[in-house]
Design a binder for this molecule. Structure first.
Ligand code: SAM
Length: 199
């Protein structure tokens, strides 16, 4: 796919924006964050109960990838753009000790928060890896389920990201993506405007 935005600058600005969400989760952003946003997006109380406050406070998803159901016990899950780790932790508890979850994110502050949250929750069947949606650091044909929440809209090469998801999945694997879709072509000038991507 032709990408007209300056990808390195975009990634840097996205990292800055989401580092701010970790630092000041109660701040004012162009998206909702935290427990209230999770409840509004249909997360059930039993999924949220017992999760560390830090993971929930920095939740910045646009919707709920578990709308279509939780992963099953024993499954392997990849969370693309795992942020502060709330969805990964919900998935890790659902898959149980025989399953495993890999969360991938490119923002070090988010990864630190997610790792702290997993340690606080005593969840051991999850690993947070630094990496890009466009180059998922996951073995091919590994996952039963790939989830993602609010991330692909931030990725210029969306087709590339979906190819990586397909590569990570086992035959018959599932994809549960919560994201923002536009139904009209985006003008070229808007595609180049990083402020419109991040804010
Ligand atoms: C809107 S937040 C959502 C975080 C998390 N999924 C949640 O629901 O709280 C977007 C996340 O995607 C990450 N991200 C953005 N572009 C990415 C990319 N190309 N590769 C990996 N992570 C990316 C950001 O660092 C950020 O943590």
């Amino acid at each position: 796919m032709d990408v007209t935005v300056d990808v390195d600058r975009l990634r840097e600005e996205v990292r800055e924006k989401y580092a701010e969400v970790v630092e000041h989760p109660e701040g004012t952003f162009h998206f909702h964050t935290g427990l209230r946003a999770a409840r509004n997006n249909g997360y059930r109380e039993e999924w949220l109960g017992g999760l560390p406050e830090e993971a929930v406070a920095s939740y910045a998803g646009v919707a709920n990838p578990f709308h279509w159901g939780l992963p099953l016990p024993g499954e392997r899950v990849v969370d693309v753009g795992s942020g502060a780790g709330m969805d990964s932790l919900i998935a890790a508890r659902a898959v149980g000790p025989d399953g495993f979850v890999i969360g991938v994110d490119m923002t070090p502050d988010m990864l630190d928060r997610a790792r702290e949250a997993a340690a606080m929750a005593g969840v051991e069947n999850v690993e947070f890896r630094e990496g890009l949606a466009e180059r998922l650091p996951v073995d091919k044909v590994w996952a039963n389920l790939v989830i993602s929440n609010g991330v692909i809209n931030l990725v210029p090469d969306k087709l590339g990201a979906y190819r990586q998801i397909a590569r990570a999945l086992q035959p018959g694997g599932r994809v549960q993506v919560a994201d923002i879709c536009v139904e009209r072509p985006v003008p070229e000038s808007a595609l180049r405007d990083i402020d419109l991507w991040t804010g």
